[in-house]
Design a protein. Structure first.
Length: 665
């Protein structure tokens, strides 16, 4: 208040975690010890500023502090964070400073003051300390309630805005949902880029940026005012489990629903819902979530309910597009089954590369970068009415096939090559026909062999695909213009054929999990029901090798890389310098070559394949032991490869009794 005291305006304050050095037990401020601001780096290994011992973040314990939480009226224990940098504006220019005694005293005064406005103090997800599947022991230590995600200053600002804003315009409360995360501890400070929240999580970084919430609110209000009333125009917002729309009303549906445990939506929404005091009813939330007691079966049932509602409101003969994104084959199978149970018929599956990846997609080799687009239709009323009269007869089968073929996309030509439509192949036509009958509770009148024979008698076949008479004329015209047709792919129906398909794919080109996964999901649509579904990651780990970026680049990957003119010149120069031919792989520290080769799976050479086969056989025999110990009447789902391995071993040991007992199951 002194007349000669000039004040600047704080733009943001950086806070840092504090750790304990295991060597000297002194406190280590992470920002000061591990961050190189000049070069925009955070060191994985750094010296202790007190004793010089080499430290890593994971090798240290957190420093803790105990303080009184006036909102909860109790003492709490939280991970210690301290302010380390203040960015401020003075005289129209920006400056930075290390917090001094005045700044620390001001922060302490705010911390000890009572906020005269309401702010949310709900326990996270009402579950106690482990409040949901997004909870992480090393990240959310001591964060048990909503207000723990905010500094005292920003709690004060948001509380005041809600109190004063609702009396001006109730719609202004919407602004709160736009600032609750950016104003919270979720806003991580990154020396190598702009600050941001890590999407899809409630991650609290070791370095956070506490922004000026007042300026943040002003910017959002100005944005709202510039857009006018249309900013709040919403057509409808409902759950598919409660959709007050007439039956047979919608012309087309595009849906990108939750897929398995990818995102915990109600948990991620909890912060801004707490400020609005309106919470999601997560009982019908279609996700996999351990805290909510939802596994794959519960997820599939919820998705089936949603798809049935889509089926009800969609007009007969119209289409639904489903965008699918998940790295688990089991979730893919659950979605297909849910679609079929709802009554939809799948007509096409395509790969969509969205180009722009999420943080996890870009940084994790196990994340999937591409989505699958499923096109499915609701059978028209004519087919349904005719099927009621012919259900369970051959006539009903061929009526469905004819109608289905008319719905399927025609092959397209790309760069002189004519594509193969998998859905037009006999095994998938049989699967769709069976699903259509089973979903309607009708006995399937034809075996697979009878179906395939009848298919060839009634419909023209070209390049392994079947067409109606009208369609085949169009295809023949296109075929004359094509230079070549895509090679007919191997049917993937079980573990053995899946391994063959992967071997073929990886022989042509060593690939990452991200590249293989969307293609693999398209191929396993015909997986036989009795064969145990396996994740792509399991098949790769048991049968193939991956280059992890250390040691020589394997010769299989080097051979593929040489097909690129740019890389071939580099590789040949390195080989010439070292006098090597590449038969033993490529020894190099070239960052570009290592980056291209890293995380690629490849077919092992014959010598290494023997060791891999021994490891695989050991895993299969372990599963076979589970089949031996099974006490039920019948094994309904199993790995045929495990049975083969177990029977082979039992035969060699002349243990015929085991073969008989397991065969009965």
């Amino acid at each position: 208040e002194a007349p000669d005291l000039l004040l600047g305006r704080i733009n943001y304050t950086v806070w840092s975690d504090v750790f304990i050095c295991p060597n000297c037990t002194q406190e280590v401020i992470f920002w000061e010890a591990a961050v190189d601001r000049k070069n925009g780096k955070v060191f994985k290994e750094f010296p202790c500023p007190h004793c010089g011992a080499k430290l890593t973040k994971t090798g240290m314990e957190r420093a803790w502090e105990t303080k009184y939480d006036s909102a909860l009226k109790q003492t709490i224990r939280q991970a210690k964070q301290v302010p380390v940098l203040i960015n401020y504006t003075f005289g129209g220019k920006r400056y930075e400073k290390t917090p001094d005694a005045f700044d620390l005293a001001l922060i302490k005064k705010i911390e000890e003051s009572e906020i005269p406005y309401w702010f949310p103090t709900y326990p996270m997800m009402f579950k106690g300390e482990k409040w949901g599947d997004t909870w992480r022991a090393g990240i959310h230590a001591g964060i048990t309630h909503v207000h723990h995600f905010y500094t005292r200053r920003n709690l004060w600002v948001l509380g005041a805005f809600i109190e004063k804003g609702k009396s001006v315009n109730q719609k202004l409360l919407w602004i709160v949902t736009a600032v609750t995360e950016g104003s919270s501890r979720l806003n991580r400070e990154r020396p190598f880029g702009l600050p941001s929240k890590l999407s899809g999580t409630l991650y609290v970084s070791s370095m956070i940026r506490e922004i000026d919430a007042i300026s943040f609110l002003k910017r959002k209000i100005e944005k709202y005012q510039s857009k006018g009333k249309s900013f709040f125009t919403i057509t409808d917002c409902q759950s598919t489990t409660f959709f007050p729309i007439p039956s047979n009303f919608i012309d087309y549906i595009f849906t990108d629903p939750p897929f398995g445990g990818n995102l915990m939506y109600s948990e991620l929404n909890f912060l801004w819902e707490a400020w609005l005091r309106v919470f999601t009813n997560n009982k019908p939330e279609a996700i996999e979530n351990k805290t909510q007691g939802k596994g794959l079966l519960e997820y599939q049932e919820l998705m089936t309910q949603c798809f049935r509602e889509y089926y009800r409101v969609l007009k007969p003969g119209r289409w639904m597009t489903v965008e699918f994104h998940n790295s688990k084959n089991a979730v893919w199978n659950a979605i297909q089954e849910a679609l079929q149970k709802a009554g939809f018929v799948v007509a096409d599956v395509r790969v969509l590369d969205k180009k722009q990846g999420t943080f996890k997609q870009v940084t994790s080799s196990g994340a999937v970068k591409q989505d699958l687009i499923i096109s499915a239709y609701k059978p028209n009323g004519g087919l349904e009415e005719r099927f009621k009269l012919t259900a369970g007869t051959e006539e009903g089968v061929w009526d469905f096939v004819r109608t289905h073929l008319e719905k399927l996309p025609m092959p397209k030509m790309c760069n002189g090559e004519l594509e193969v439509i998998a859905e037009r192949q006999q095994h998938l036509l049989f699967d769709r026909m069976v699903a259509f009958h089973v979903q309607r509770g009708v006995l399937v009148p034809l075996s697979a062999a009878e179906f395939y024979e009848g298919l060839r008698q009634r419909f023209p076949e070209r390049d392994g695909m079947f067409f109606t008479p009208d369609q085949v004329v169009e295809y023949d015209k296109l075929r004359l213009k094509a230079e070549r047709v895509q090679q007919l792919k191997l049917f993937v129906v079980d573990e053995s054929s899946a391994i063959q398909w992967l071997r073929k794919e990886l022989t042509n080109k060593p690939q990452t999990f991200q590249e293989l996964h969307p293609k693999f999901l398209k191929e396993i649509q015909g997986w036989v029901k009795y064969e145990k579904p396996l994740e792509l990651s399991e098949l790769l780990e048991e049968n193939f090798l991956m280059y992890d970026g250390t040691g020589p680049i394997p010769k299989q990957i080097v051979s593929w890389m040489k097909k690129s003119e740019h890389l071939r010149e580099k590789i040949c120069a390195i080989e010439a310098e070292k006098g090597e031919t590449g038969d033993m792989g490529l020894e190099t520290d070239d960052s570009e070559l290592i980056k291209v080769a890293k995380d690629r799976w490849y077919v092992p050479d014959p010598n290494k394949a023997k060791d891999l086969e021994k490891l695989r056989e050991k895993r299969l025999l372990k599963e076979f032991e589970e089949y031996k110990a099974f006490t039920g009447r019948r094994l309904r789902v199993f790995r045929t490869e495990a049975l083969r391995a177990g029977f082979k071993k039992a035969w060699q040991e002349k243990d015929y009794q085991t073969i008989i007992e397991v065969a009965k199951k």
